[in-house]
Write a protein that binds this ligand. Structure first.
Ligand code: PEP
Ligand code: MN
Length: 339
């Protein structure tokens, strides 16, 4: 951090700043120019808060030089991280698709979904057992019975499962069912206690972007998980809220290259919650892969019009299969493959 003093700052003001930096265990470098004095803090400046200096006498401005996130930053880990989910790589040269229904409904629906996922050549399956719904009066998910149905259906096709965790109290149950990837939903991106808990285990975590979160807030949320020791984090762009009302959310395609530059961790895209309509999903998926996404999280239902949740945005099995073919072409141009 560097602290720029006012022209009229006194030696006492400078001494007070130096003392405060040293109190935090950091070194100090004082540079006295002809116009003003600049003080540099030497060491891990993340523990210093700009505000704690800007309110002190004689200070004009305090500036961080390092990024506030560390473990997730590419600066600290230049190579792409590949996360292995039961042997399936996410984040490398393969583009990985995760597909399945919005919600776990019935054993029959899950069995049909799992076989459609498999038939399309998709290697990981999604499905929500605990659903974060806007209204408390709508279907809230099938809960633990849903996890049981999901596990059985996915095991029959040997597919790893991805499902949303809403509450730390559900974590032991998720571990019992061997959930392969834990999804933290958009509404919980800044539920810091939840982030800390999933930071203590080593199950891969998909961290969805908060619907109004900046990239920097999102990276900091991931840093919460990483700081606990779990570095298996996958970012998922799912559309952000803007002034536009013609579609559910705005897919922030720009976030893909920006995140890929800022972090070594995989970045995937959820085109379903972005567009909110099944007909938009292929176009958004193609855009995401073309922009460098490492994978997709797509909603697919064996019979979309019967879906209990997000029926409008679910692809049917045939549409998923067609999409996979299109994505193979795009991935190929980029020197990547889809399993
Ligand atoms: C979901 O993937 O089922 C979901 C609820 O998504 P989001 O958290 O992005 O709204
Ligand atoms: Mn959904």
């Amino acid at each position: 951090m560097i602290i720029v003093m006012h022209r009229e700052a006194s030696d006492r003001d400078v001494a007070a700043i130096v003392a405060r930096i040293e109190e935090q265990g950091l070194g100090v470098n004082v540079s006295r120019g002809t116009e003003r004095t600049v003080i540099g803090a030497i060491g891990d400046e993340r523990k210093l808060d700009q505000v704690m200096f800007e309110t002190m006498a004689g200070v004009e401005q305090a500036l961080h030089i390092l990024k506030p996130y560390k473990i997730v930053a590419r600066e600290w880990h230049p190579e792409d991280t590949v996360i292995h989910i039961r042997g399936i790589p996410l984040g490398g040269s393969q583009v990985q698709v995760i597909a399945g229904p919005c919600s776990v409904e019935t054993p029959e629906q899950m069995a049909a979904s799992a076989s459609a996922v498999k038939a399309a050549g998709v290697r990981l399956m999604r499905g929500g057992a605990f659903k974060p719904r806007t209204s408390p009066y709508t279907f809230q998910g099938t809960g633990v019975e849903g996890l049981e149905m999901f596990r059985q259906a996915a095991d029959a096709e040997n597919l790893p499962i991805v499902t949303e965790l809403m509450d730390v109290r559900q974590l032991p149950m998720f571990m019992d069912y061997g959930v392969d990837v834990i999804q933290i939903g958009t509404r919980n991106m800044q539920n810091f206690d939840l982030l800390k808990e999933v930071g203590r285990i080593n199950v891969p975590v998909i961290l969805k972007r908060g619907m109004s979160a900046t990239i920097s807030e999102w990276l900091m949320a991931a840093e919460y998980i990483a700081a606990g020791g779990n570095h298996n984090i996958i970012f998922c762009e799912r559309g952000i809220r803007t002034f536009e009302t013609a579609y559910r959310n705005v897919l922030d395609v720009t976030a893909i290259p920006v995140l890929k530059k800022e972090t070594h961790l995989p970045v995937i895209v959820d085109p379903s919650h972005a567009g909110g309509k099944a007909w938009m999903v292929p176009a958004l998926s193609r855009a995401a892969v073309a922009a460098g996404a490492d994978g997709l999280l797509v909603e697919m239902h064996p019979s979309p019009c019967d879906a209990w949740c997000d029926a409008d945005q679910a692809l049917n099995p045939q549409e998923l299969q067609t999409l996979m073919g299109e994505l193979r072409g795009i991935a190929g141009i980029l020197g990547r493959s889809i399993a």
